[in-house]
Design a protein around this ligand. Sequence first.
Ligand SMILES: Nc1nc2c(ncn2[C@@H]2O[C@H](COP(=O)(O)OP(=O)(O)O)[C@@H](O)[C@H]2O)c(=O)[nH]1
Ligand SMILES: [Mg+2]
Length: 358
Amino acid sequence: MKLALIGLPKTGKTTIFNALTRTEHSTDKYAPPAGEANIGVVPVADERITRLSELYKPKKTIYATIEYHDYPGIFAKEAESGENAMLSEVKSADAFALVLRGFKDEELDGLYELGSPEKQFQHIEEEMILADLIVAEKRIEKIELGYKRGVRTPAIQAEEKALRAIIDQLQDNKPLRDLQLPPDEEKAVRGFQFFSSKPMLILVNTSEDSLSAWDSTLQIFADKGFKANVIAGKFEEELSKLDSEEAEMFMTDMGLAESIRDRLTHWSYQLLGNISFFTVGPDEVRAWTVERGANAVTAAGKIHSDLARGFIRAECFKYDDIINHGSEKVLKEKGLFRLEGKEYIVKDGDIISIRFNV
Ligand SMILES: Nc1nc2c(ncn2[C@@H]2O[C@H](COP(=O)(O)OP(=O)(O)O)[C@@H](O)[C@H]2O)c(=O)[nH]1
Ligand SMILES: [Mg+2]
């Protein structure tokens, strides 16, 4: 899963990135925005993998990961000037975490007039809508040119129809997140990876002594349908440098049950509707991520495309059952070891082995 931290300059994106990845990239107040993104891969803590690993004693234990990308501020300007490497990189994210500045800093306030978190949100949303509109309108022009030359296929017509709906939506100043397209049209424009269509988490970044001051702001975002949370970025960055015992002490003081890393993992899984399934064996115990509602073939394809292509069946049991009963042999005796077909909907915590033939 790829999650991009985005937002206006000096809202604390790199500070939060450092806390998440336990790195020390520069967060100098006066430094110009970085020329490129910071990228870091963070394991998804999952006690179930730890326990499965104890049980199977595999050579390798592999947790799921989240790849965080920390971008300097970008949008409409770059979209206008055409292809921009960073822009297409941002678009490849599965979701955005929008960082809004809630903390006070007189020096920064003098340098950047960002306004309230709501104002910053509005600014970013407008930029996204504008960037998307530019892309959609350019594509329509091309399609029309093609029509004149006699290029008219059902696929292009579906795309055109989708783009017209998209342009209407954007001209109403509404994000594409809120536009439902029929499946064939959605598919025709999926490749554009429109900014305003991405799932987005909202993070209000504030100081540790004013976490509770943002309840009404969070409610405003929740009313718009967002998952919004308040975090203390700088405090989290400092926590991430401590050893776990010390960090826990401070977290208890603050009433924080989990590290920022773990909280953001939960929020992004919820946002994307992701679940985990596992593969186990003497070589490897491993966690995999799929969207809730995915079937056995889709899950197989996460492991390897051959497994999806040559799918015969899935052998399947539940994490809770193997922990309760201790061995696959007992599960088989108790009838808890199942054979499932292509259409089987994978559940969170399923342990799956794919039989295939290519
Ligand atoms: N007081 C306070 N300062 C912060 C917080 N988060 C970031 N900062 C400061 O804001 C400045 C810009 O942070 P940075 O992470 O580089 O912002 P970016 O431009 O969004 O990546 C730095 O001086 C940080 O120390 C916070 O939660 N509270
Ligand atoms: Mg930065």
